[in-house]
Write a protein that binds this ligand. Structure first.
Ligand code: PLP
Length: 384
């Protein structure tokens, strides 16, 4: 498949938010969708659907296939043994975070987030109405790292949950086994529940690895709920389907105290597509990862050579570059500057919480020509 031959007219015809939010002259490099064609098994499934017109009620509430496919994939990819019985299928990962915080913590129990972070982590704690504790990530050798002393100090007697984003959006860190083990130890020591969003786990570049935190040891596993979906790596977010793995039956049954109809139903397309993606589309993902790896190098090189005053550490995972624009000393947030002066839509740093001001997040999951155009426009806006 040629991932660089993208037709801008076809992309503009897409009805998703990436390509419809901004006017036609703006190039979108914001929301985490990719511009690439779908994997062939998914395309075949959609073609078959035209024939079968199989759009009746899916098997619900316990679709048999997806938890088993998920368990096999976790074993094959990450050596993590998952019991399919401990898996629930959800509409999306963010729904799972909200539902878990709602059902598994009391209103006076605080939730801890590590910033900068994917904005729904912040809205989740705010909207579910839990006190928030913040543990800012700090600059270190690998880009951003966990400040364990600050973390220990921030966990009070009232702190119940840790919302972990691994791999981390927007910094692109794939936390190491050692980092995760320290985090797990602290969670055991302070009796924390870990809500681990691992949706970017399949998007890790050579030199790094994805370690599911629940795979570390049984003590960590039994206090962890892991959320993921094929949506991010296989570019099917519009189909709305995700899974949650519970480290214990007790956590699972408390989560399931939320009535099923409040949680919402499952779509047959999402269920089928997640299963197909996880079981048949790895060759496509391998190709995509090599294109993304090339793009991440391109962005890094371009930033160093052509965007003076902008800094980045190449991400270890995700197709997102977290650009530090503070040295540009712009009069407005760089998101606004690049939107108006470059006609490029990035994600605004401040929406990622503390540590986001003066930053933007750039989505580089597109073809070579479009990526070059995005970068050239940004350089042009800075007079380069
Ligand atoms: C870290 C992270 N979690 C969750 C999501 C969204 O997942 P879902 O659409 O399943 O809620 C994203 C999307 O970009 C993400 O980056």
């Amino acid at each position: 498949m040629d991932f660089d031959r993208l037709d801008i007219v076809c992309l503009r015809a897409r009805r998703g938010e990436k390509w419809t939010t901004y006017p036609e002259d703006v190039l979108p490099a914001w929301v985490a969708d990719m511009d690439f064609p779908l994997a062939e098994p998914l395309q075949r499934y959609l073609d078959e659907l035209r024939q079968t017109q199989d759009l009746g009620y899916p098997v619900n509430p316990t679709p048999a296939a997806l938890p088993t496919v998920f368990a096999k994939r976790m074993q094959d990819r990450f050596g993590w043994s998952v019991d399919p019985e401990r898996v629930e299928v959800l509409t999306d990962v963010v729904q799972g975070l909200y539902a878990a915080l709602w059902t598994l913590s009391d209103p006076d129990q605080a939730a801890l987030v590590q910033t900068p972070v994917y904005p729904p982590f912040l809205s989740c704690v705010r909207e579910v109405g839990r006190p928030r504790r913040t543990n800012p990530l700090v600059r270190g050798e690998r880009g951003y790292e966990i400040d364990f002393d600050a973390l220990r100090a921030e966990v009070g007697a009232d702190t119940r949950t840790l919302l972990l984003c691994n791999p981390q959006n927007p910094t692109g860190r794939a936390f190491t086994r050692a980092e995760l083990a320290r985090l797990g130890e602290l969670a055991v020591d302070r009796n924390l529940l870990i809500l681990a969003d691992e949706i970017h786990g399949d998007l890790v570049f050579p030199g790094s690895e994805h370690v599911p935190i629940a795979s570390l040891d049984p003590e960590v596993a039994e206090r962890t709920i892991t959320f993921t979906s094929a949506s991010k790596a296989f570019n099917i977010a519009g189909l709305r389907c995700a899974v949650a793995h519970f480290g214990s039956e007790a956590l699972q049954s408390r989560f399931n105290s939320l009535p099923r109809h409040l949680r919402g139903g499952l779509g047959s397309l999402g269920l089928a597509a997640n299963a197909i993606a996880w079981s048949e589309c790895q060759p496509w993902l391998d190709e995509v990862l090599s294109v993304l790896d090339r793009n991440r190098r391109r962005v890094d090189e371009f930033v160093r050579e052509r965007l003076p005053g902008v800094r980045m550490t190449p991400p270890e995972a995700t197709y997102l570059a977290w650009l530090d624009c503070r040295e540009l000393e712009l009069e407005r947030e760089p998101y606004e500057f690049f939107l108006s002066e470059a006609r490029v839509a990035l994600s605004p740093g401040p929406s990622f919480g503390q540590g986001g001001r003066g930053f933007v997040r750039l989505n580089f999951a597109t073809g070579e020509a479009l990526l070059n155009e995005i970068l050239e426009r940004m350089a042009g806006a800075l007079g380069g």
